[in-house]
Design a protein around this ligand. Structure first.
Ligand code: NAD
Length: 250
């Protein structure tokens, strides 16, 4: 199976932390040069180039993409991974909450893709991977806005796959289950009993543990490599069986 990424250039948004940092490390280990776009590029642990790019800002995104193209001469892989959480119901989330979260979690993926597509089109091995979530398919309580944003990512991924199929650009998604990242660490820290909250999150995963960020990164590496050359428009679940086995949280 050819998972060699030697000579390819990748952009990973939200690549300074958690799942994005693991993706950047894995793509580099596979041979790619990796540019990270993040609000906190100085904290990126794995990057050939780390840029301060706000995916919610079109000018910032366009400048970042052109900088990568100028620096490396090509762009082959785009991983739209940056995202933010949102708790609450339709009664507690305001219109401002909706606009902000949908902008960062969904519109940003169109925005970064729009800037990168002219470069991706010139690559013989172009692909885009969007980070969705189990929230796209499971009915999670207190996650109305977040779930809607990730459901939109799933639909966007399929539509983009259709639009760019004949150009040789593959577009796929990964759907992580609850993953062991700084984001989840912050959620646990804010709980009254972090150990009990962690145990509850682990029990909610059908395989009884949190997903490792590296497991999501391995899935992204597969989806961006020649090994998945006939795969486009899929959402690959990395969730211990929650989505595909229709297992209910315990
Ligand atoms: P994280 O908070 O550890 O990392 C997210 C990174 O994105 C941070 O470095 C942050 O600075 C960056 N970021 C946020 N807003 C940005 C912006 N406007 N522009 C540029 N960078 C920005 O989070 P994580 O847990 O690694 O999550 C990464 C992705 O995975 C998100 O899309 C999230 O929705 C998704 N996801 C996470 C989980 C989980 O349980 N952790 C599960 C399913 C899906």
């Amino acid at each position: 199976m050819n998972q060699d990424l030697t000579g390819l250039v990748a952009i990973v948004t939200g690549g300074a932390s958690g799942i994005g940092a693991a993706i950047a490390a894995r793509l580099r280990a596979g041979g790619a040069a990796v540019a990270v776009f993040d609000l906190r590029p100085d904290t990126a642990p794995h990057a050939d180039l780390a840029l301060a790019v706000d995916v919610a800002d079109d000018a910032s995104v366009r400048a970042g993409v052109e900088r990568v193209a100028a620096e490396f001469g090509r762009i082959d892989i785009l991983v739209n991974n940056a995202g933010i959480g949102a708790q609450g119901t339709v009664e507690t989330n305001t219109d401002d909450d909706w606009h902000r979260v949908l902008d960062v979690n969904v519109v940003s993926m169109a925005r970064v893709s729009r800037a990168a597509l002219p470069h991706l089109r010139r690559s013989p091995s172009a692909s885009i991977v969007n980070t969705s979530s189990i929230a796209a398919t499971a009915g999670l309580p207190q996650r109305a806005l977040y779930s809607a944003s990730k459901g939109a990512v799933a639909a966007l991924t399929r539509a983009m796959a259709a639009d760019h199929l004949r150009e040789g650009i593959r577009v796929n998604a990964v759907n992580p289950g609850t993953a062991d990242t700084p984001w989840v660490g912050r959620l646990l820290d804010s709980a009254p009993d972090p150990d009990a909250e962690r145990a509850a999150l682990e029990a909610r995963q059908p395989h009884g543990r949190l997903v490792a960020a590296g497991e999501v990164a391995d899935a992204v590496a597969y989806l961006t490599s020649p090994a998945s050359g006939s795969t486009t428009g899929v959402a690959l679940a990395v969730d211990g069986g929650m989505q595909e086995l229709r297992l209910r949280p315990s």
